[in-house]
Design a protein around this ligand. Structure first.
Ligand SMILES: [Fe+2]
Ligand SMILES: [Fe+2]
Length: 165
């Protein structure tokens, strides 16, 4: 299955999330390099799908897409040099979960994905396979987003698939 299919799956399960006010904020907030939090969330979500298909891991596809799209729904610029942002790595999963819960109906898988995605930086491991996949995808994508050649390739793919990343 190729990336175009992944984008179709993301739209199918997450179009309400992509259209939310929070995602408009995510588009304005930088995550890594020239990647906004919105770009990063899309990339991580398609990476989760890719990992689960490649390794043939049985997942709740809808929950995985929604949890991955919302995993960094913290909605502020963490690069601002404030005291709170110094511990962003530890605190943002809880903030993202609170923000997401206010707007969306979340099941136990989505909640665990958001809350535990920073493992092992935060010490409690993820409980569900969807959350383990997210943990791995998040780190893989974060690395690729900061490495030259990958960045433009990924963004071009987003644009081709109709996402205004
Ligand atoms: Fe995160
Ligand atoms: Fe992330």
């Amino acid at each position: 299955m190729n990336k175009v299919k992944f984008h179709d799956i993301i739209i199918k399960h997450g179009s309400d999330i992509l259209d939310s006010d929070g995602m408009k904020i995510e588009k304005e907030c930088i995550q890594h390099g020239s990647f906004s939090v919105y770009d990063h969330s899309l990339y991580v979500t398609s990476m989760c799908l890719r990992i689960s298909k490649k390794l043939r891991i049985k997942v709740n596809e809808k929950a995985m897409v929604r949890g991955a799209l919302l995993h960094d729904y913290f909605l502020y610029d963490w690069h601002e040099p404030t005291k709170a942002n110094r511990i962003h790595g530890f605190t943002h999963p809880g903030i993202a979960l609170r923000n997401a819960e206010k707007v969306f109906d979340l099941g136990k898988i989505e909640k665990n994905m958001i809350k535990r995605h920073m493992f092992p930086l935060t010490p409690v491991p993820p409980r569900y396979r969807e959350a383990v996949i997210l943990c791995i995808a998040d780190k893989l994508c974060a690395t690729r987003e900061t490495v030259g050649g990958f960045k433009n390739k990924i963004k071009k793919k987003f644009r081709r698939n109709g996402f205004n990343a």
